[in-house]
Design a protein around this ligand. Sequence first.
Ligand code: UT7
Length: 340
Amino acid sequence: MIQQTTLQRSTILGVGSHVPANVVTNHDLSRIMDTSDEWIVQRTGIRQRYWVDPGTSTSDLALEASRRALSAAGIQAQELDCIILATLSPDHEFPGTGCFLQAKLGVPGIPALDIRQQCTGFVYGMSIADQFIRTGMYRKVLVVGAEVHSKGLDRTTRGRDVSVLFGDGAGAVVMGRAEPGEESLFCSSHLHADGNYARELWIESPGMAAHGDCHPTPEQTARGAHYPAMNGKAVFMHASKRMPEAVMEALQANGKTVADVDLFVFHQANLRINEMVAKQLGIPEEKVFNTIDRFANTTAATLPIGLDEAIRAGKLKKGMLVACAAFGSGFTWGSALFRW
Ligand code: UT7
């Protein structure tokens, strides 16, 4: 039983990530739909992505990423107090994928919470974990972002505007109490949504809205309403505006400036979006860590994969001030600032 105390501070104790083995290049896609490496690289910066084999699920990817995060944190799964899992590609409609992950980790009894904030899911997840730790309710929380997009994409020319953008993968962090005087600290998180734009990036069906049956009608199936649909230009425009706003909100809340931040790890939807964000904020190129060329957009898994890759690349070092921002379906957006 954990004692309730007030206002603990949290920190990230460890990070891990995992992607499936199958690399799918732009050239591979050009063999199954009318697209080209040139178009994809020029418009998005993506060169390849990873896709699972048929037997692999979101919770399988989440499990491997979680094991790595636990190992990096130096703790056992049995020490966790809570699991928060963000995904838009769940193993099943219900129950939540967090429950499947919890069983695979072998830790029955602790809460498992799924959140569905898409590309902003990991920022929301870290924020919820931070609140649990700050209030003293939990000591150690596993936050996971995991996606299997490939099985749900329209891999024909009809779906090319969306399907070339997404990849499979998972990432996780263990968040825990910061010891008094510890330099490494989660500073703040800032969350937003505007449901007026919910239909600009969504899957229309299946679902309980609009007609008498949750399954797609023959008409919906014929026009591909069971695949993700996106107003790319609207998403691009809003993302380019909201992500800088969210970064500034985080900096202002902590009395920091852009120059104080050592590393910016942004959501990876389009390299051109991140270049615009960096330009607007006056961030030098070397302070932005991008992974989109190798992983494409892995939605909720993007930020923890980025953090893990930044560590491996020697770009993220102890004591650095890190700003994360994300934008996606909902529309949802947000930021997090932490001392690594
Ligand atoms: O996390 C949030 C998730 N999504 C995003 O953030 C995406 C944000 N939006 C974008 O990144 C861009 O809008 C896209 C990369 C999706 C599209 O770039 P664009 O410069 O806005 O292109 P477009 O939609 O205006 O399409 C230009 C042309 C069209 O052909 P026509 O009508 O000019 O003949 C499309 O049909 O490119 C065509 N096109 C493609 N061609 C080759 C669309 N997708 C493809 C493709 N390969 N994959």
